[in-house]
Design a protein around this ligand. Structure first.
Ligand SMILES: Cc1cc2nc3c(=O)[nH]c(=O)nc-3n(C[C@H](O)[C@H](O)[C@H](O)COP(=O)(O)OP(=O)(O)OC[C@H]3O[C@@H](n4cnc5c(N)ncnc54)[C@H](O)[C@@H]3O)c2cc1C
Length: 297
């Protein structure tokens, strides 16, 4: 614990411990604030020490380079939630550090519909709000009412969903914050409606089975690239003949070509080499420039 801070700062923390790819060099400082006050104190500390700051969630859509990050990486861990019921509808207020899939499952068991598409979606609410995570016919933007944000490390605001600039796997939050302290998602409010818990749990079960069948085993970040309009990145990478291509311990999955799997001791550099290979080969063969879904730090 840094003496001047009421929050533990871990120096030289390997980010391989905090990413689902299990790769990534050290963050100069790593922290897990659990309240807005802790996040504000941390942001002020980073600004005082002129250190760049990055807010992350559970690292399931992140690639941290092997050389690490000269600054502060902070994963917001607040997990409080409150359900406000109005007869057949309800609003869920939930803090950004809460598991997205866990929330979906809990609500379904209680007979509240709206988030069941998120069954098995790795990561936390904050990451889903930033990246407009989606799957199985649903996405975050469709059920979000508003998001509670911390701007510039000190200003608490609530932005309605219409101001978040949502598109496919995109939001204004993903694009903001190149300079200064980026926006932190503290919480989100979601719209729900009443439904039969048995029906909802059956849908959850079906999605879980489908995910299990389609998801390659091993450490990954899910889809590496966004799907280009009218096509799928996996189809293009497969058609380019790259399924199963390996660099070190990183492999373009033979099951799903838009997944790169860490087969054990992969380095971020191996994954980046495969990303570049997929991008250049698909561009040469099909004239399509693939855009990254995953964030590279
Ligand atoms: C096996 C597997 C399957 C997946 N399947 C899907 C899928 O079907 N659909 C899909 O959309 N995604 C999928 N993903 C990707 C990932 O689960 C989602 O993108 C998820 O929403 C990321 O959440 P996270 O908490 O891990 O965020 P992180 O990976 O930690 O961060 C993602 C981005 O959000 C920012 N961020 C995170 N939290 C905050 C916060 N509180 N405030 C401000 N910025 C923040 C980060 O800076 C980064 O830019 C999959 C991943 C894996 C490993």
């Amino acid at each position: 614990m840094n003496k001047s801070l009421p929050i533990a700062l871990r120096p030289n923390e390997p980010m391989s411990r905090h990413t689902s790819w299990r790769v990534g060099g050290p963050a100069q400082y790593y922290a897990e604030p659990t309240t807005p006050d802790e996040a504000m104190v941390l942001a002020a500390w980073a600004m005082t020490h002129r250190l760049p700051l990055i807010w992350v969630g559970r690292g399931t859509n992140l690639l941290v380079r092997d050389e690490g990050f000269a600054g502060v990486i902070a994963s917001y861990r607040g997990q409080r939630w409150a359900l406000h019921e109005h007869g057949e509808t309800a609003e869920l207020w939930v803090e950004a550090g809460t598991s997205m899939a866990g929330t979906a499952r809990r609500l379904a068991a209680m007979g509240w519909a709206g988030l069941e598409w998120a069954e098995g979606l790795p990561g936390a609410i904050g990451g889903a709000i930033v990246g407009n995570a989606g799957c199985y016919g649903g996405d975050t933007a469709s059920v979000l009412i508003d998001a509670e944000l911390l701007l510039n490390g000190s200003e608490r605001v609530v932005w309605p969903v219409t101001e978040l600039g949502y598109a496919y796997r995109e939001s204004i939050l993903k694009r903001r914050g190149a300079d200064g302290v980026p926006p932190l998602v503290l919480a989100g409010r979601f719209r729900l409606h009443r439904a039969d818990p048995n029906v909802l749990m059956a849908r959850i079960g079906a999605i879980a089975a489908e995910r299990k069948r389609k998801t390659p085993a091993g450490s990954s970040c899910g889809s590496v690239f966004k799907n280009p309009p009218g096509d799928s990145a996996g189809r293009l990478i497969e058609a380019a003949g790259l399924k199963g291509t390996r660099v070190g311990d990183a492999e373009i999955s033979p099951i799903h070509a838009n997944y790169i799997v860490n087969r054990g001791q992969a380095r971020a550099a191996d994954i980046l080499t495969l990303i570049e290979l997929a991008r250049t080969t698909v561009a040469e063969r099909f004239g399509v420039t693939l855009q990254l879904e995953v964030r590279v730090i």
